[in-house]
Design a binder for this molecule. Structure first.
Ligand code: DI6
Ligand code: FE
Length: 403
């Protein structure tokens, strides 16, 4: 008989069913191995499961949510860019700094110069901060290497981070910026990005492929090339789209059945419709919006009206979102983008899972992974309410408690 773990006396935020928050007061749940076997009121626990219980925890009425998922990060890189923050405060714009060779390129130099060991040590430190707030699944992008060797190095580091007790999904973002050695040869660089992909995939380093479709990044035509290379290898795609201008990236992404489009401040009505029709997730990144002091809001109401699932993420990166708090992003999603606290939580659980193409997590229902957080709060709306307070009591991943 399987060994069953039982947790009882919890306020379960299942995010399933018709109740607001999928709330189950006085709930209980049981896991076997890495998965939830049963979720419900304790009185309804099936007899055979009850008989196989080997450990039982009384949660004392605490709030339990699915484990948090940070579905868009650039967590592996060398150095930091506080000096550019200072330059912006002295009047320079993000785009000006990027065009002058700073921005992404300065992080590329620092990343190329760092050893794998150094990159790992710095990234691990960041990951531990995210985990301390209940993150159980994390996406990490490449895109600060921009050579085959350096992209490989970044993705190897990203893979190793799973040793810290988190599921890591890796995304190849070779088309993040054009490195100096390809200056003026954008199309050749795009071809190189495509040429590096088969080996990266063969080495098991890539779960998805992304690109920065933007005036200061890559055109829709160039992005299409990258997506075609991904499709040829059976890899899903996602896109940094309409962050600083409307390039029509979402429509292109829809053609390729992308998992998500991310940022989206300049998303048009046509883009919203394209996303809805293709079943894509809209990943909103309030940290970057805040840090760049953007004023153009993503079209949240139009996304809602069209039924596009909204995910929320840190976008952790040294240039535009140096935050390591997914809980702070919940608050900002509400204060800046006017999401409801429930929408914000769905954005870092069920919808974030969908943005990564993962159907086995993000809700507390039987059959899903037993990834969950126990919080010292009375209601889940407190997760978006506080900023700068971490009420995490305990976190479990695959049924095993981590803290
Ligand atoms: N959009 C962003 O916000 C980050 N990358 C991207 O494509 C910024 C990356 C950086 O400035 O280092
Ligand atoms: Fe990003």
């Amino acid at each position: 008989m399987r060994r069953t773990k039982l947790w009882r006396n919890a306020k379960l935020v299942t995010l399933a069913g018709d109740q607001p928050w999928g709330m189950l007061e006085q709930g209980a749940f049981a896991s076997q191995g890495e998965h939830l076997q049963w979720v419900g009121p304790l009185a309804e626990l099936p007899e055979d499961l009850r008989a196989s219980v080997v450990s039982e925890v009384d949660l004392g009425g605490a709030v339990v949510t699915p484990g948090l998922i940070d579905c868009h990060t650039h967590l592996v890189y060398g150095g930091q860019r506080a000096h550019e923050f200072e330059m912006r405060l002295n009047g320079a714009s993000y785009e000006e700094i990027a065009r002058a060779g700073g921005g992404i390129r300065s992080t590329v130099a620092a990343t190329r110069n760092a050893t794998e060991h150094q990159l790992y040590a710095q990234a691990a430190h960041r990951v531990l901060k995210l985990l301390a707030e209940g993150v159980t699944t994390l996406e990490v992008k490449s895109g600060y290497g921009l050579s085959q060797a350096a992209e490989t190095k970044m993705l190897r580091v990203a893979r190793r981070l799973s040793g810290l007790g988190v599921d890591v999904r890796t995304t190849y973002l070779g088309a993040h910026a054009v490195p100096a050695e390809f200056e003026g040869r954008q199309d050749e660089y795009v071809q190189a990005v495509c040429d590096w992909l088969p080996a990266l995939r063969r080495d098991g380093l890539v779960d998805a492929v992304d690109a920065f479709c933007e005036g200061i990044g890559f055109s829709p035509a160039q992005t299409r090339k990258v997506f075609e290379a991904a499709r040829a290898l059976g890899l899903p795609v996602k896109l940094h789209a309409e962050q600083l201008s409307d390039q029509g990236g979402t429509q292109l992404a829809a053609e390729f059945k992308a998992l998500s489009c991310d940022h989206l401040e300049y998303l048009s009505d046509a883009g919203v419709q394209a996303m809805a029709a293709s079943g894509m997730v809209a990943t909103l990144l309030p940290g970057a919006y805040y840090f760049l002091r953007e004023t153009k809001l993503p079209p949240v109401q139009a996304l809602r009206d069209a039924g596009v699932p909204i995910a929320i993420s840190t976008d952790h990166n040294p240039g535009t979102s140096p935050t390591l708090s997914l809980l702070l992003m919940l608050n900002m999603a509400c204060t800046l983008f006017r999401l409801t606290p429930e929408e914000a939580l769905r954005g870092v659980t069920i919808h974030a899972a969908k943005a990564l193409g993962l159907a086995d997590r993000g809700q507390l229902v039987a059959g899903q992974r037993a990834d969950f957080c126990v919080w010292d709060i009375e209601h889940p709306n407190e997760l978006s309410y506080y900023f700068g307070r971490n009420p995490l009591r305990q976190v479990a991943r695959g049924g095993a408690e981590r803290k």
